[in-house]
Design a protein around this ligand. Structure first.
Ligand SMILES: [Fe+2]
Ligand SMILES: [Fe+2]
Length: 376
């Protein structure tokens, strides 16, 4: 029998295969892009580690029928081969791109690649350390997908002469420890918000193809379906133990994560005006739209929801953005004045967060069966 070894991450059926292929290409990867991916600030994607034994001990019996259905779909691997350049991939004139747009777009790609890879590393580690066959199977599919996603963005970056050295990142980037329940909240949200972000851009560009200034956006539809399934898996994991989402303290934590994730996205997106202008997207509209979709989806599992229509929400986000801009200016100023400015901006950001966090939340009756279909 002639078994072909894949030569592209799009065809890799395991995370190990995908990463080995990326490592092959890494000889040419850029120091500058890797440096950017190495950064650990509040706004840059982090790498996570957790208590893998606790995760491994999960019993999925309470959600068995939904679990088997979801894993069956992931096993069938509908997106195998998708994440590669085809004849739909138009050539991009990187040299001719307006410098500010190029800078912001590269920053977007590098941070997206880091975020995808962050998921890959965490999921791969769970797969490696676990003994629970249900958990290991799930994490092997999810790490497979994230390796393809990160690899595909890196392929796009390589055309611009920059790419992230993923092997280096795995070894050198700092890992943040999160207890499993925090991993559920954060990862569930980042998967679902990832879905909402990708599908909103995809639908917008479907209606306004003249704004599609790079071919990668054509791949976003299948991409977001992967993220949607990953989010479904975390919804099921949370469903195995009611207290994870229903206890008083955990509701406060869920509220905290929702606030932190939404505020971070707002500040990060507002730092890329040229990129959104090129897409023909109003940042305020886009972010609110993504929050709206994410909030609607999260009703499948979260008993509380942020009241994003409360006027204090928008003003809190704008306040947060101003605090981060002030922090940035202070950092560039340096010296004593810079340090004072940073402290002041830090306090302003904390107050903005408090304003957002204390907006009364909406209560929500969580359905028995969390299963959802990607509907946008
Ligand atoms: Fe992904
Ligand atoms: Fe994902």
């Amino acid at each position: 029998m002639n078994v072909q070894t894949p030569t592209h991450t799009a065809d890799a059926t395991t995370v190990e295969e995908g990463l080995a292929l990326q490592q092959e290409k890494a000889k040419f990867d850029s120091q500058a892009a890797t440096d950017l991916a190495m950064q650990n600030t509040i706004l840059t994607p982090r790498f996570y580690t957790t208590d893998f034994d606790e995760l491994d001990a999960i019993d999925v019996t309470p959600v068995r029928p939904q679990w088997d259905a979801l894993l069956g779909r992931m096993k069938a691997d509908p997106n195998k081969g998708h994440f590669r350049k085809t004849e739909d991939w138009d050539q991009i004139d990187w040299e001719g791109m307006e410098p500010e747009l190029k800078k912001e777009f590269l920053d977007f790609l590098i941070s997206s690649c880091t975020a995808e890879f962050s998921g890959c590393v965490l999921y791969k580690e769970m797969k490696r350390r676990g003994n629970n066959s249900d958990i290991c199977e799930l994490f092997s599919y999810m790490s497979r997908d994230e390796a393809r996603h990160a690899g595909f963005i890196n392929d796009a970056l390589r055309e611009a002469g920059v790419a992230v050295n993923l092997g280096f990142l795995t070894k050198q980037k700092k890992y943040t420890y999160f207890r499993p329940k925090f991993i559920y909240y954060a990862t569930y949200l980042s998967e679902k918000i990832g879905y909402a972000r990708y599908i909103t851009i995809y639908r917008h560009l479907e209606a306004h193809p003249e704004h599609r200034f790079h071919p990668i956006f054509k791949w976003f539809k299948e991409w977001c379906n992967d993220e949607f399934s990953h989010g479904e898996a975390f919804a099921l994991l949370m469903k195995t133990e009611p207290k994870i989402t229903q206890s008083f303290t955990n509701k406060l934590w869920i509220r905290f994560f929702l606030t932190a994730v939404y505020a971070t996205m707002w500040v990060r997106d507002h730092a890329r005006p040229k990129f959104h202008e090129a897409l023909g997207v109003d940042i305020d509209w886009y972010d609110m739209e993504v929050f709206r979709k994410t909030s609607a989806i999260a009703r499948q599992v979260f008993p509380v929801e942020l009241d994003i229509d409360n006027p204090r929400f928008r003003s809190g986000l704008d306040r947060m953005n101003r605090a981060f801009l002030a922090m940035d200016r202070a950092r560039r100023r340096g010296g004593v004045a810079g340090a004072l400015g940073r402290a002041k901006a830090g306090a302003a950001a904390a107050l903005a967060f408090a304003q957002l966090y204390t907006i009364p939340v909406k209560r929500n009756e969580v359905p028995e069966d969390p299963r959802l279909e990607p509907a946008y």
